[in-house]
Write a new protein. Structure first.
Length: 120
């Protein structure tokens, strides 16, 4: 969907078609939950995919990553590439893009591992 930026330039919002939301984004969640998620999703500005970071924290601090093997939104190969590039402590699980919802215990453990390791 097109929109106007505060500086007057135009932009486009991207979103997942609500009819395909479950298949693309959250296949390991109940359909009743993904219908609501698809309707309530917040779009992302297309420009976010073209922007370059001026600095990346993973260059100087340890990194952790979760690869969601069934992620059809980003894709496990991309996730693996990014994790390798950042020399991340990585785990892989059979999950869709929303692992934090479908596998909260695993994601919590990964975050706790990162926090405990970096606190030493």
């Amino acid at each position: 969907m097109p929109f106007s930026n505060s500086d007057g330039t135009g932009g486009s919002d991207l979103y997942v078609d609500p009819a395909r939301f479950r298949a693309v984004f959250a296949a390991d969640l109940p359909a009743s939950q993904t219908v609501v998620m698809g309707a309530e999703q917040r779009p992302v500005a297309a420009a976010a995919f073209a922007s370059s970071a001026t600095a990346a924290a993973w260059h100087t601090i340890p990194s952790w990553a979760l690869v969601a093997r069934q992620d059809k939104a980003l894709g496990a190969p991309v996730e693996r590439f990014e994790a390798r590039r950042a020399h991340s402590h990585t785990i892989e699980i059979n999950s869709s893009h929303v692992a934090m919802i479908s596998h909260p215990g695993t994601v919590t453990h990964l975050i706790e591992d990162a926090a405990t390791t970096t606190a030493r």
